[in-house]
Design a protein around this ligand. Structure first.
Ligand SMILES: Cc1cc2nc3c(=O)[nH]c(=O)nc-3n(C[C@H](O)[C@H](O)[C@H](O)COP(=O)(O)O)c2cc1C
Length: 189
């Protein structure tokens, strides 16, 4: 049985570039037979600001959107978060989506694909690594960081990673495979 890998698109604004980068991540990742892959687009999922009265650890969800989000994340074994950088940090919509749940994230590895200007979104990723550990996730060291990402986007809006980026993504997938299998005993407890 293949493990479930979910690719999360973190940016939500109109005109965002996140989906085109995530489409490339999906295209490369689906060649990997270890994972069944699904895309989770935070713009389409459209969570409101956290509106649950209890701590997510208790899983006493009162809202239908939380129950649906819980189901989506519960079903995953591993994640790739495709994130931009806003003002040297991660997008607020992503933090909100992470905060909605707790147990559902536990014992799952996460790899990051970031994009931006000269810093390639790395400041956003460094902050996220700290945050995901509070959710008992395993942020893997291998990542894909894309500087000046617009040069890889054609007139039709399609992002195509070059050889270096593709190699880096395949390296990250190999690391994700290792951690997904290694953490499996913890997820079944
Ligand atoms: C509010 C805002 C803040 C930004 N701050 C940064 C930044 O700190 N570093 C960076 O590399 N790019 C920054 N940018 C440029 C983004 O890299 C670029 O707009 C990118 O397309 C954002 O991802 P998105 O299109 O998926 O929303 C910022 C863009 C916005 C809209």
């Amino acid at each position: 049985m293949a493990y479930s890998l979910k690719i999360i698109i973190a940016s939500t604004r109109p005109g965002r570039k996140g989906p085109s980068i995530a489409a490339w991540v999906h295209e490369v990742s689906k060649k990997n037979e270890f994972f069944d892959i699904e895309m989770l687009d935070l713009a389409a999922i459209n969570l409101p600001f956290l509106d649950e009265p209890e701590h997510p650890r208790l899983q006493k969800y009162t809202k239908e959107h939380t129950k649906q989000w819980s189901e989506m994340i519960n079903g995953a074994d591993a994640f790739i978060i495709v994130t931009c950088e806003y003002n040297f940090g991660y997008p607020a919509a992503l933090k909100n989506a992470l905060d909605f749940l707790y147990n559902e994230w536990n014992n799952k590895p996460v790899g990051f694909v970031s994009y931006g200007g000269v810093a390639a979104g790395t400041r956003s990723v460094q902050q996220l690594k700290q945050i995901v550990t509070a959710l008992n996730m395993m942020p893997i060291a291998a990542s894909v960081n894309i500087p000046f990402f617009t040069k890889h986007i054609d007139e039709a809006g399609k992002f195509t990673g070059d050889e270096t980026l593709t190699k880096s993504l395949n390296g990250m997938l190999a690391e994700l495979e290792k951690w997904t299998a290694a953490l499996q005993p913890l997820r079944t407890k």
